[in-house]
Design a protein around this ligand. Sequence first.
Ligand code: SF4
Length: 456
Amino acid sequence: MKKVAFITLGCKVNQYETNAMAQKFIEKGYEVVEHTEYADIYVINTCTVTNMSDRKSRQMLRRVKELNKKAIVVACGCYVQVAKEELEKIEEVDLILGNNEKNNIVELVEKFIKEIEKQEKIEEVENVMEQKEFVEFGNILYTEKTRAVIKVQDGCDRFCSYCIIPYARGRVRSRKPENVISEIEKISKEGIKEVVITGIHIASYGKDFKNIKEKEKIGKTGKEYRLIDLLEEINKIEGIERIELGSLEPLLITEEFVSRLKKLEKICHHFHLSLQSGFNETLKRMNRRYSVEEFRKIVNLLRENYEDVNLTTDIIVGFPGETEEEFNKTYEFLKEIKLYKMHVFKYSQRKGTKAAVMKGQIDGKKKEERSRKLIELSDKNEEEYNKKYIGKEVEVLWEEEKNGFYKGHTKNYILALARKNNKEGKSSNLNKIGLENKITKARCIEAGKDHILVEV
Ligand code: SF4
């Protein structure tokens, strides 16, 4: 409960009006406390009948802030009425109200507080936006048992029209390569075999390196140090056997990028490319900077270069203005390119983004319907893809044992399960080998919607 305190100078009329103001605060749920106590709001009902009254009013206005630096100090009453300019010079005074505004004091104070909070939020965002360097947490060795997530980058400069992240996280800041490498080297010594390279927009890694030193690291070519350079270094780290990439901006995948990536044997053959929509007009409104045709080429490029590639994506349904026709085009495109899995999100308005105020907001039922349709397609694709593995050999990094199954992932990130004891009661070889950071060959014997069943 917010606390309010009053100081009344001068006549009985002022006293009466103070009581009236106090009552209004109480009616709105505030607690009235003594002016010598801590309060959130101090109201000084001033008097100007003599010079002495003026001085006393000024003294009181200055003094209350000592009890709570963050308090809102409100000056009202007769002195305010005749000498507003004098009061405006007093730094401690936050809000000045004339006698005729006393009646609405609660609303005016609350409006003022809201404005301050809004201003504080803007400043907070500006502070984030002004951050120029990656905030280094040091080497983080606390991880899952087999896999470590490594943050290499923060912030985003893309400003997709639906996304609040650039305001919350600021511009692109990349972590120094030597710090990334040092963390991974330490983690690998702890026995971790897999690292997940993550960030807000890892495709932008290195974009902010103005420092020539970073450029020199890759030789005298004068080329910029980017994600692929970092991955080449990580690939050399002893003990690390898998490098999984976090969500990727599709345009990162160029022929040159793939030709270098392919040489890195530790890279997992799973790429999460955020598509968001399969229709160019929708992509334009989203401020995504690729076209459906470019995305198709990227998918083909990866499929030509990685036989067992597993491609996943994010899709937003019900983006403002997404007509039935637009959605159907997206659906047809996704049916055609047949990705392994789609994470489907129903568009939700984020205050402060361009899309939040776009015309043609879609109702919840429509979004639900579209989402269901895409999830069904995704499940179908996933099961079909998994079934192709029946009878084939895969390589699994084992992670944990749960409910009678061992659980791990293949190199292209398919969930692999192995029974601890098979149907005939025969114990799995994994019982002997043990799970702890083991990578083994396994044969797929069955496949379900979201996993393959294997035997070691
Ligand atoms: S959706 Fe991704 S790329 Fe777009 S602004 Fe947000 S964080 Fe950046």
